[in-house]
Ligand binder design. Sequence first.
Ligand code: F6P
Length: 538
Amino acid sequence: MSRERDLRLDLAELLRTHAAGPGADLRALFADPRRAERWSVEIGGCWVDLAKQALNDDLVAAAAELAGRLRLHEALEQLFAGEIVNASEGRAALHTLLRMPPQAAIPAGLVQHHAGIQATLSQMEALAGRLADAGIEVLVNLGIGGSDLGPRLVYEALAAEALPGRRLRFVANVDGNALEAVLRHLDPRRSAFVLASKSFGTQETRMNALSAIAWMRAHGLDKEEVAQRLVAVTARPAAATTFGVPPEHVLGFDEAIGGRYSVWSAIGFPLVYAFGVERFRALLDGAHAVDQHVRTAPWERNLGFLLALVDLLHRCGFGHPSHAVVVYDERLARLPEYLQQLEMESNGKSVDAHGTPLPFPSAPVVWGGVGTSVQHAFFQALHQGTDVVPVSFVAAAHVEHSLPAHHDALIANMAAQAAALLRGRSYAEALAQERDAADPAAIARARQRVFAGNRPSTTILLDRVEPRTLGTLIALMEHKVYLAGRLLGINSFDQWGVELGKEICGELLPWVAGGAPVAGFDSSTAALVERYRAARSR
Ligand code: F6P
């Protein structure tokens, strides 16, 4: 263990030394005329350009050597073989098995699991067909976190291609505004609800499910009609049937599928309903292609590894605190939020998998938005703020709308932002744009019009926004997170950090709802609850 820790410290030192040395001047790295070619990799319609990151061959070689000594390949093989990689919960992480095609060679110990996955896929297809045949036109996914974001991301990306007469809606938040905003537009007889919860115990989802049931009853549906409009997707099927979901409407998945890695599982059921099973399989195929790539490509050309290395370089080498994901495609608006959960819930930790404090920073704050709109919001700070924020730009080459000039303008904007972040503008250049370079006001203005430049970005260009490329993109990010986590010594598959707030909410809720005050809270929390109670009773 201490040997591993020493190797991780060596890696952090390597990253710091690189950041202060050859990586410090990103623009200088472009002296190599082959840079763009060297640092871009394409997998199945997903082109990733890392040239505007401070990578060079020496860094990658040294990091690959340390990765070898940290047994990173073995870590990947453990994942694919279904070994316990989530030690604190005693579980494997089987998301890659979900996208193994039927004809693939399955590791001996996972053959049964894989057969179960294929059977569930058939069940998903059949159930989707039955719901459509029964006149269901809107499927409402009630789920939160990993039981919401994956299907929501993919649905919103592909919504224009939904099968005729089939729509999805999503409610995650316990905020009644969220549920009512959806229910308001529904015909209860043409709607059904998917209760998506791995644990089947999540407050938000259970509450939304109960309110949706009450709403159906209030609209005159009898118990049987309500039951026929419920589907459960869960790793706890018994809890779902106890709740009142008919057994033939319960779709299962394994405890070894983490919420934020679950879009490939029965959690993707709404996608099968909306797009058909073939397109869901294309999503899985895109992800499987990445699994193959990450498993077999040498680290020097391995996108999972290179993306992880870039992230670690930002955090541990340069100390950049956050990472912005900016999508230049309205259909991908949900991607920043999706990646925020994937990365921050997986690697936002202060101790390693042995419980020892990390000697270096872990996951950045992941945030972002949709270009070009955000160019008129936070890009000011990206270009001239005191923090350097690495950016991931994501767009698609082909679009389905009929306004090609708009698309050219969109992509020109994205390319310009990345180029501007890199190039910057010197004081001399800014001053040269002034009419009177001796005028004090012009000098002050020129100083404010300086762009430091040298700011890193990654560009991901999909051929098209389609199931296969989406699968590729999402799986790439999963592997990046896993490999970064293993390099840092983190267990990326647990999330103890979400527990405390849930526990305290359980203690506070009776008081908030009008019960007796609960002792032991700080005065600020007590004052909030009392003020809320007083306001509610007026
Ligand atoms: O926020 C914690 C979390 O456990 C996520 O990891 C998970 O995706 C989400 O809650 C929903 O959990 P469940 O699917 O069990 O309802």
